[in-house]
Design a protein around this ligand. Structure first.
Ligand SMILES: NC(=O)c1ccc[n+]([C@@H]2O[C@H](COP(=O)([O-])OP(=O)(O)OC[C@H]3O[C@@H](n4cnc5c(N)ncnc54)[C@H](O)[C@@H]3O)[C@@H](O)[C@H]2O)c1
Length: 160
């Protein structure tokens, strides 16, 4: 087990890649903080982890809210004692619920601000909180799930 007893916090872990990482890290022995802004999605992943014999903590928060981020990190450290790995995974390809990923030329100013808040502000807020703990304990790693595909691919080449 490569991550035995490591404390791993994954943002946006209620579905998709975040959920998959949570389950893989569980198999590697990690304790998982399952963040998502959707309480039920986060709870479902916590339940999956516990059924697989792992340890998990549900951390419901919108990571674009710095006060909410501070609280989930405090809750995570209170439960698991430290943070060894942060995965900044929360993201939005579909800025409007139910829609396909919005091509760049169709994005509004409001869409853009929401994407920047989710992908950049939240990454900064979470990394800052993780670093406070990691520096104090002289350990830790962080990563981000990044893609520019929605920006760089012309709308005409996008699958419909
Ligand atoms: N799926 C891909 O092909 C792909 C490719 C490249 C990069 N990415 C990036 O990987 C990450 C995950 O993608 P995915 O396809 O698994 O997406 P997804 O929509 O399945 O999962 C994202 C999760 O993040 C949560 N979330 C969104 N905003 C949040 C916020 N403000 N606070 C807390 N949780 C929030 C959502 O509720 C959702 O559960 C994203 O950052 C995405 O940009 C995905």
């Amino acid at each position: 087990m490569k991550l035995k007893d490591k404390a791993v916090l994954i943002t946006g872990a209620g579905s998709g890649l975040g959920r998959e990482m949570a389950l893989v890290f569980t198999r590697e022995g990690a304790k998982i903080g399952v963040n998502d802004l959707r309480p039920e999605a986060a709870q479902n992943v916590v339940t999956e982890i516990e059924r697989a014999g792992g340890r998990a903590l549900r951390l419901v928060a919108d990571v674009t809210d710095s006060a909410a981020v501070k609280k989930i990190f405090a809750d995570f450290v209170a439960a698991f004692g430290t943070i060894d790995v942060l995965v900044n995974n929360a993201g939005i390809g579909r800025v409007r619920p139910g829609s396909e990923a919005t091509p760049t030329v169709d994005k509004t100013d409001e869409d853009w601000r929401k994407m920047i808040a989710t992908h950049l502000d939240a990454t900064f807020y979470c990394t800052r909180e993780a670093l406070k703990v990691m520096i104090a304990k002289q350990s830790g790693r962080s990563s981000a799930t990044v893609s520019w595909s929605t920006v760089s691919r012309p709308a005409s080449s996008r699958p419909r």
